[in-house]
Ligand binder design. Sequence first.
Ligand SMILES: Nc1nc2c(ncn2[C@@H]2O[C@H](COP(=O)(O)OP(=O)(O)OP(=O)(O)O)[C@@H](O)[C@H]2O)c(=O)[nH]1
Ligand SMILES: [Mg+2]
Length: 400
Amino acid sequence: MVEIGLVGKPNVGKSTFFAAATMHTVEIANYPFTTIDANKGVGYVRKTCPHVELGTPCNPKKSLCINGTRYIPVELIDVAGLVPEAHAGRGLGNKFLDDLRHADALIHIVDSTGATDAEGNFVAPKTRDPWEDVNFLEKEIAFWIADIIGRGWIRIARRLEAEKVKIEIALAERLSGLNIGEKEIHAALQNIELKKKPTQWNEQDILKLAFEIRRIAKPLVIAANKADAADEDYLKEFIRKCADRGYHAIPVSADYELALKKAAKAGLISYYPGDEDFEILQENKLNRRQLDALEKIREFMKKYGGTGVQKVIEHTVFNVLRMIAVYPVEDEHKWTDKDGNVLPDVYLFREGSTAIDLAYKVHTELGENFIRAIDGRSKKILGHDYVLRDGDVIKIVARR
Ligand SMILES: Nc1nc2c(ncn2[C@@H]2O[C@H](COP(=O)(O)OP(=O)(O)OP(=O)(O)O)[C@@H](O)[C@H]2O)c(=O)[nH]1
Ligand SMILES: [Mg+2]
């Protein structure tokens, strides 16, 4: 499953965001929409389900389909609050970094009202520029990576030169625990163009490389949280600064999303996560104060196109990680598995993945014995190197 870490300093709303994104308002008995761990849970991203064009209801096994929308699970991690110098072990620093090891991407939750200081203490609004938090978090993670690379560097660099080992391989070995591989390291090395030999790298060089590795291997998305309480101009200015550095910052109210999910769970409203509006079902059970609160939430959603929680997660998966949804089937005509379930499975892949990647994901044996794939729409035969497209329905043919 795709893993996304929710990161940020204390008190910015990470746990609120986590609770909102992982709360499910319909009863879902089947795996994997259950809590994995205290700080690990399952959220989802949405796609139009291909069953709509097929005209037959689907039977999802490890995902969910409501009104023609497929909810595809992704794992979210509520990471411990990060304080300055965490990489040096301050606060819950090591715990923070451990939680991030397997993350494919990070959602940086910031307090866009500017009302929490560097350590997460509450202060007056606009006291702490959230832009400082962006700089701080980028640095803190880069320092962490640089520390790992730099430990005993000179000895390793000498060995590299003596034994003519590729630098990517040596670095990937160091960073393997962080889910960072040769490919990402290669790309980072290309981008920064360090002219010096590894034996001549100093701390600055290693830090520069670490920044780039972080940018590639742990991409960040910014959730401008508490937008419900933020000064509008202040929020706009923050979003503009983020855009200048290439971040698409999204206004979010984790508080509002949580309130809506709770109301939906209690049957008071009808709300589908990510929607721009909701419907009140039991007005008689709501008092004046609650109705006013819902009205305020509705205004916010109109202005920003929803509460932002689902938007941030989907932006991370679809636009930043560039993932697509693919549906493997055993019968290319009926789009079923061997038991007759319609479109039972869906997998997220990085763009550029191929038919053979799909085969291996379904089952190692299917990958090893791959003969060809068949497009469920055109019924055309596809080779192992066919590049998967979003929404593909595909049958894999393998030797038995
Ligand atoms: N106005 C507003 N307040 C929020 C929002 N999200 C969280 N808060 C408030 O911010 C405070 C901190 O929220 P948490 O979710 O506990 O923050 P956290 O980042 O998990 O904090 P740590 O676990 O200490 O790192 C709480 O009082 C929340 O109610 C929001 O969207 N809007
Ligand atoms: Mg928390």
